[in-house]
Design a protein around this ligand. Sequence first.
Ligand code: FAD
Ligand code: MLT
Ligand code: ZN
Length: 456
Amino acid sequence: FGSTTFEVQRNPSFATLNSEDVNRFKEMLGEKNVIEDEDRLATANIDWMRKYKGFSKLLLQPKSTQEVSEILKYCNSRCLAVVPQGGNTGLVGGSVPVFDEVIINIGSMNNIISLDKVSGILVCEAGCILENLDSFLLNEGFIMPLDLGAKGSCQIGGNVSTNAGGLRYVRYGSLHGSILGLEVVQANGTVLDMLGTIRKDSTGYDLKQLFIGSEGSLGIITKKLLSESKRKLGEVLSAFEFLDNQSMDMVLTYLDGVRNPLPPSVHNFYVLIETTGSNETHDKEKLEAFLLHSMESGLISDGVVAQDINQASSFWRIREGITEALMKAGAVYKYDLSLPVEKMYNLVEKMRIRLGQRAKVLGYGHLGDANLHLNISTPEYDDTVLAQIEPFVYEWTSSHRGSISAEHGLGLMKANKIHYSKSPETVELMISIKKLLDPNRILNPYKVLPHSLVQE
Ligand code: FAD
Ligand code: MLT
Ligand code: ZN
């Protein structure tokens, strides 16, 4: 499936699902939450990019932390492997089974529990869709410190598990800072309550941080995620995104109803800046003055300020639509890199030289965070193209002390590549933690860490 072959064998110590297991799950969750329907399973077995495909025979939809706990307790005792799945919008093959793992989706756990309007602390279940949280908070005069193109489908539990970055990172920073507490179910079913409405706490290890970005390999995030939503005040800059000319072309070619707001002319780069201050008129004046000054000084060659919210969303559609446009164009090799900002685009240019006419090489991403999305588009997957890209892209990133996953995680795609960004000692410690928390390795197997080392 897709282009990539993975040298991973099914772990023989995992049990195979049988009808008795299915009956047990039905007793636990009720019949309608134990899904064996082929169409539903077909969707859940394939990732958003349609690049990774598993063969799970069962999807479970728990409604409470208690049910997640019972499921994991049972799976652990039977040595049945599981894959936690949120909105299935992940881009590294982490959210789908590799073989026959049981899929656990907590999308039914989607209650907003509370919002403290003084502190801005939101408590919700992990299955809440990001966009629903965002609309809820906007209505209350707050803003989610996280936004991304997949907001209509991704779940906050999935966002936390991948330590998603997105479009507001430049202003609000990492989820490591804005998550105040988590509730997590461990592989053996134990519920870890790491919630707390206090802001300051220095009592020992901050264990919740272990689960942020752990991609479902250490536990399942369940009810009552605590996230700190921030008031729409403070610093004015809220997004600083960029795309190159090739990305703009891709969107204009493949997405309906999108147009370039600038007069036709060849621009190598486009930058999308958003400000969210406390005074809209003042904000706009500042932005217009910035634009004028930048044009006069020759820093930019043209620019336009959105006149209303509709125009602003049409600008966002260009930036957010690149991922979708790439999918429509054919096969895509996707890399999500942190690099020193002054070196960032060198890699895109080097890749163009390596690949010549065989592929379109696009660079876009979160400029304010020095996060480059290098995407290589070809009509179909081709191993000779892949051989030109990897390991070069990882080696180049590593030699500049960058990260091979700025925000998407490692998933299946990069589990064996972790050493490009982490020292052997760090990987060893990560494996020890994994073994401690999940001794049977049933949680999201084959992902995040090199399978051969986890199995040792
Ligand atoms: P899934 O894809 O379902 O799962 C992702 C990982 O989390 C898997 O390893 C899964 O096992 C695990 N997981 C899911 N739920 C839980 C849970 N409750 N407990 C434990 N583990 C769990 N990412 C960015 O960082 N920035 C972006 O700007 C961005 N833009 C995107 C735009 C588009 C159009 C798309 C398709 C994706 C984008 N992404 C971006 C990728 C990003 O990782 C996901 O969109 C999102 O964070 C994943 O959430 P999800 O609910 O879909 O999780
Ligand atoms: C983005 O910033 O658009 C997302 O991370 C998705 C992608 O990299 O394509
Ligand atoms: Zn991104």
